[in-house]
Design a protein around this ligand. Sequence first.
Ligand SMILES: [Zn+2]
Length: 505
Amino acid sequence: MPPKLSFLSRIRRLMLAVALPGALSAADLQIEHVTIVSAERGSPMRDARVRVHDGRIVAISKSRGAPVSSNPDTNVMNGSGLFLTPGLIDSHVHLGAIPGMTPEQEAQHPDIGKAARDQIPRSFLLFGFTTLIDLISTPQEMALWKSHDVVPDTYFCGGAALMDGYSMNYAPKPQRYQAWPYMLIEPGTQAPEGIDPAMHTPRAVISRMRADGAICVKTFFERGFGAVRDLPVPKLETIREVVKAAHDSGMPVLMHANSDEAQRFALDAGVDVIAHGLWNWYQEHSTSSEVTPGIKKILDDGVAQNIGWQPTIQVLYGIRDLLSTSFLSDPRLSRVLPSNLIDWYRSPEGQWFRMSLSQEMKLPADANSSEPERVLNERFSPVLERVKHATAYIVERHGRILFGTDTPSAPTYANPPGLNGWLEMHRLIDAGETPAQIFKSATLTNARALKMDRDIGTVEVGKRANLLLLRQDPTQTIDAYAGIAKVILNGRVLDPSQLAADATH
Ligand SMILES: [Zn+2]
C-alpha cells in the first residue's frame, strides 16, 4: 500500500489534471542515446539527447555525460537502439461517426458506442498518428471528439459543399441545412426556408469557418456514384472565389475529386490539394487501366502546378472488403476496435451497409458464399489498377503526395481507425512509393500543406513533442509503425499497452 503522503499527492495531481489537462504532460522528459530520423535532415542524428519541457522540444544535443536536467521529476528514457521520429499526421479523416454505425444505431447501443468512442482516438495513436485533420467538421463535433482522456491533436476543415450537392445530399432535408453550416449557395439559386443566402457566399462561409477555428476548407466536385447520380456541382467561378477568400485568410483548400473531370476542375479552380487519387476515368472511353494520354495530361498539369494529392487508395478497399468473408476475423482488428463492436458488425443489424451495397450493386444475395466477394473483386479490380497506376505516375514525377486515408470514407467497418493508415501505406508501397517518401508525406509534407510546420512535422527545438520511439527506421520499412515502442503526445509518454483495444488497461 502506498503511504498516506503519496495518496494525498496523487489526489492533488488528479485535481490538477482535472483543472488543467496540460498538467499531465508537465513532467520533463529526456531521451538519451536515441537516433533521430526527421525529414528535414539529410541523415539520421545518432546518439542524440532530446529534452522536452511543457510539451515541447527544448534542446537537442549529443548524449554526453550525465543527464543534465535540474528537475528531479524528469523522466529519463534510454533510447539506445530506438529511432525518434515526429508523430504521423493523417491529413484526411472523418471522426464524427463510429465507423459502420449510424447515429440511430449508436443511440440504441450506448454501451458499444461508449467503448468505441473511448477506443478510436487510442487506435490512431497506436499506429503513430499524433495529429489528425477531420476534413468535414464543426466546433461541436470537435468538442465531442476531444472529450476523452487520450486523443491525438485534432484540427478540422469546414465542409463547403454546394447546397444539396455532394456530400450533404446524404443527409435528409431540412436537417442537412443545419448539419452543413458552411454550405455554398450560388447566385440565382433558391435558398431553403429560413436560410439567408448572404451567409452562404464563399467569403461569408470562409470567414465563419475561420472564426469557428477551422484551419482549412474542404470543397467537392462530384456528380455522384452508385445509386446517386446527377448531383449539382459548383461553378468554376464559385470555387475560385472560395480559393481567393481562403487564401486571404491563410487557409488551404482541399477538393474532393476522384474523376478526370473533377481533377481537371480542381486544377482550373486553383485548389491546393486534391483529396483522392484519380480512379474514375470517365472521359477516356478506355477499357485499359494503363494511364492514357488524357489522364497523363491531367497528372502532368497537377505536378507542374505542384498540387498536393492524397491518393486515399484504402477508400476503395474499404468498400470492397465489406464483402470479404474473412475481414471481420482479421486478428489485427481486435487491436483497434472493442470486441463488442466487432461482434455487432457481425450481427444482421451491423451488416446493414454491406446489405445495402449488395443490393445497390446487384450482387448475388448469398452472404455465406464467396460468390459476392468474387464478383465485387472482379468489378473493383480495374478501378484499383487505375488509381495505382495514376499514383505511380505522380510518384515517378516527384509530385507532391500527402498522406491521408479518408478513414472511414463511407459507413463501412472496413476502414478501421489507425490500422487503416498502415494499410494505406501498403497500397502506396504497391504504387511505387518508398518508405522514406511515405514518412516524409505523413510528417513534413503534411505539416507544410496544412500550414502547421512551425509546430509539428519534424524533430526540432521549439516544436511540439508529438513523437514516436520506433524499433525500426521508418525510412527503411513501414513495419516500423506496426510495433511502436512509445508514442509521445505533447510530452506525455504512452505505452502501446495503454492504447490497444485488446490490452488490459
Ligand atoms: Zn473524406
